[in-house]
Design a protein around this ligand. Sequence first.
Ligand code: OGA
Ligand code: MN
Length: 166
Amino acid sequence: MKNPIFQAIHLYREREQRKWREENLEVISRIRSESFGANTEHLTYVHILDLHKDGVIKPHIDSIRYCGDVITGVSLLSDAIMRLRHQNQKDDLIVDLLMPRRSLYRLGGAGRYEFTHEVLGTTESVWHGKNIPRDRRISIICRDLPKSANRQPDSELVLKPIPEEM
Ligand code: OGA
Ligand code: MN
């Protein structure tokens, strides 16, 4: 994906996956139906982000050219803290979310558009005074379709071929 937010991510691998085994598709479908409104169009591929234990995601807002109103993801392998900062009050209006491994999060509304989100590194990952050690973390992220007015012909999604089912 030619997406500028990926400059915000350090020490990672990623892929976009369209085809899933039936049992995994069941889970993906449940994530979509819990997170998106009825009849929402979503991106057919799912974004898989594999973040190294020392990797971080710096504050960013997902571009409206690539994503609609909702971003929803499952965290696998490691607990992590997602920090939301209001885009106009970066140092004053901050919300930390504890994302235990295997939890699902959903960013919509103000959380999607008015706050940046980031995933903290291990030294900053503190929750109510307790360290939350970061390990390798894989997130499975579903997004709904960008609004058609925001899609730009010269910035079409570039999908990498996926060799086999996962
Ligand atoms: C992203 C992102 C969060 C996550 O890829 O834009 O913010 O849960 N990912 O990995
Ligand atoms: Mn993001």
